[in-house]
Design a protein around this ligand. Structure first.
Ligand code: 1PR
Length: 550
């Protein structure tokens, strides 16, 4: 098999890139030291985390010169995400750190006045080719396709500026900001999006780079005429995974977090078994899910951390599922079965190396946020949120919130942030506050969702997975009041979760709130609706969605 050299300089989450490269028929050889670079024919630099962190790592390890020599020698070079950003002179993210300077401009942070930052999700990469080549693709990029982006900083696009220096550019639009999605010149190609996480469209781009197919005619149906610009509505499938009473790992689903079968009026039967995690993830990928989330809802007690069955599930899933994978459950500092202390960062690293792109933190985030307030809103620097986001970037840290409504007769009846609700409580109460819970809803805290989300945003979380115990498994639609209240308080993206029972509920949450994504579980697992049906519905309603590509 032909080979490609991959430089993993931050112990990053490159499993999915390796899988994508292998999927298109190449094998990966690792660049382990600067001395390996000259023997590389094709070189890929993926980028994870902060611009400054990546560039300083490259500098300190002595990679900058060999990379420049590789590029000057005219050998194929590809940069991904921060790997694209490295080509620029510098970034607002870390003004004191220099980029490679091949492109004489700076990266800027997206404005967050009217949109969430980071920019997370599926967006375009439309080439600015003009004239005779206007209908050609650049490294397999198609105007009709969408690609997975996740970043807070971007190179603003100014028409003609890069082109005058011989660069071909593909752009995307986020709100009213147009930015560089990909660039190419001679032997250099770089993408701000993650092709390895962009389904078949992304695999096509990796293959075109590896095969040196810089430009070719676009198939007619993929032409610019069929393209719609902008970020799509993100639809996520969620799999709650746990061991059943026979010790098998199964996908389960609760009603208001109770995952046991109900026998007549009483609960407490067997754990609901809705299928096998790896097979179900693949099925949802093929139905067009934009992301797949696994929640390990029992954290597999009494098992050495390195043998956690979830690692194997991620390894196998990431071989066939080329969209972002999130894993939650048990991400916290812990003591292993042999007494060794293991940090949350080490656990997250194991998950990333097995194919996860993001980790989701539930209980530990509540504890960390409570401590943050107890310290007078001071960061400690050593919480799971802070350590993981420092190493892998904010976008890799999702906070899973498990709130429950507490009804009150008036706002003055509680010290917590409350809302007026259109769904009155059991005694006709017109107000409620949202209580944070831990341990899968088993323990309620004297702490509200507003306190939690503002604290975790300050601590470096990149996204909120907003469940709602009252709505979970009810098929009655999302808690729109909760979602709107959370969206109003923070800038990081929010994934609406709990209560989806049909495609109309997805339409409703995107129509009536500014949520960034919506997640469903039970309605997909029970086979009542497919992810494709949800997307078809959204499209009929005039919402922009990503189409699944074979
Ligand atoms: O606290 O960091 O160890 O993480 C534990 C994780 O496991 C948390 O993310 C928590 O939400 C999750 N979890 C714990 N117990 C349960 C349970 O159900 N007994 N599942 C549980 C939470 C909720 C959603 C669900 C949506 C959509 N699952 O993820 O998928 O509510 O469901 P629907 O569309 O069918 O209504 P830690």
């Amino acid at each position: 098999m032909p080979t490609v050299h991959l430089l993993d300089y931050v112990a990053g989450n490159v499993r999915s890139l390796v899988n994508a490269i292998e999927k298109v028929g190449y094998t990966v050889e690792w660049v382990k030291s600067p001395a390996d670079v000259p023997s590389a024919e094709k070189l890929i630099i993926p980028g994870v985390g902060h611009f400054g962190h990546c560039l300083s790592q490259l500098n300190q390890a002595g990679y900058v010169e060999p990379i420049q020599a590789h590029i000057t020698a005219g050998k194929p070079f590809m940069g991904i995400c921060v790997g694209l950003q490295a080509l620029f002179e510098g970034s607002e993210e870390d003004p004191d750190v220099k980029g490679l300077g091949l492109i004489p401009s700076q990266l800027r942070k997206f404005q967050d006045t009217d949109k969430s930052v980071p920019h997370i999700g599926w967006n375009s990469a439309n080439t600015s080719l003009k004239g005779e080549v206007a209908n050609d693709s650049l490294y397999g990029l198609r105007p009709s396709s969408k690609y997975y982006y996740v970043h807070s900083y971007a190179a603003p696009y100014r028409e003609g500026q890069l082109e005058k220096d011989g660069w071909s550019v593909a752009t995307a639009r986020y709100g009213d900001e147009e930015f560089v999605g990909a660039v190419a010149k001679d032997n250099i190609f770089a993408t701000q999006f993650h092709p390895e996480k962009s389904g078949a469209a992304g695999l096509r781009v990796i293959k075109a780079f590896l095969e040196g197919r810089i430009s070719e005619k676009l198939p007619e149906k993929a032409s610019a005429a069929s393209a719609k610009e902008g970020l799509t509505r993100r639809v996520i499938a969620c799999l709650d995974v746990r061991t059943n009473d026979h010790g098998d790992l199964v996908v389960t689903k609760g009603d208001q977090y109770d995952v046991r079968e109900k026998d007549g009026l009483s609960s407490g039967g067997a754990v609901r078994n809705l299928g096998k995690p790896v097979e179900m993830a693949k099925k949802y990928y093929e139905q067009g899910a934009d992301e797949v989330t696994f929640l390990n809802i029992t954290s597999f007690r009494n098992c050495p951390v390195a043998d956690t069955p979830m690692l194997e599930i991620l390894r196998r899933t990431s071989e066939t599922v080329f969209v972002p994978l999130t894993i939650g459950g048990g991400i916290r500092d812990t003591v292993d079965t042999d007494g060794t202390k293991i940090s949350a960062l080490e656990i997250a690293t194991m998950y990333f190396k097995s194919g996860a792109d993001k980790v989701s933190i539930g209980s530990d985030a509540v504890t960390a946020a409570e401590e943050y307030y107890a310290r007078g809103k001071l960061l400690s620097g050593n919480t799971a949120i802070e350590t993981i986001s420092a190493a892998y970037g904010n976008q890799a840290v999702v906070i899973s919130v498990d709130p429950r409504r507490i009804y009150v007769s008036s706002p003055s009846a509680t010290s917590h942030h409350s809302i007026k609700t259109s769904i009155p409580g059991p005694n006709g109460e017109e107000y409620c506050w949202y209580q944070c819970t831990i341990k899968g809803g088993r323990e309620g805290r004297d702490f509200d969702v507003r306190q939690l989300i503002t604290a975790v945003e300050a601590m470096g979380a990149g996204e909120i997975l907003l469940n709602c115990i009252d709505k979970d498994g009810t098929n009655s639609g999302f808690d729109l009041e909760l979602i709107s209240d959370v969206k109003a308080a923070i800038k990081i993206p929010v994934i609406a979760s709990s209560g989806a029972g049909n495609p109309g509920h997805f339409g409703e949450v995107f129509e009536r709130t500014t949520t960034d994504a919506a997640l469903g579980a039970g309605m997909f697992h029970r086979g009542e609706y497919t992810v494709r049906q949800v997307k078809e519905y959204l499209q009929e309603q005039g919402q922009l969605v990503r189409q699944y590509e074979e």
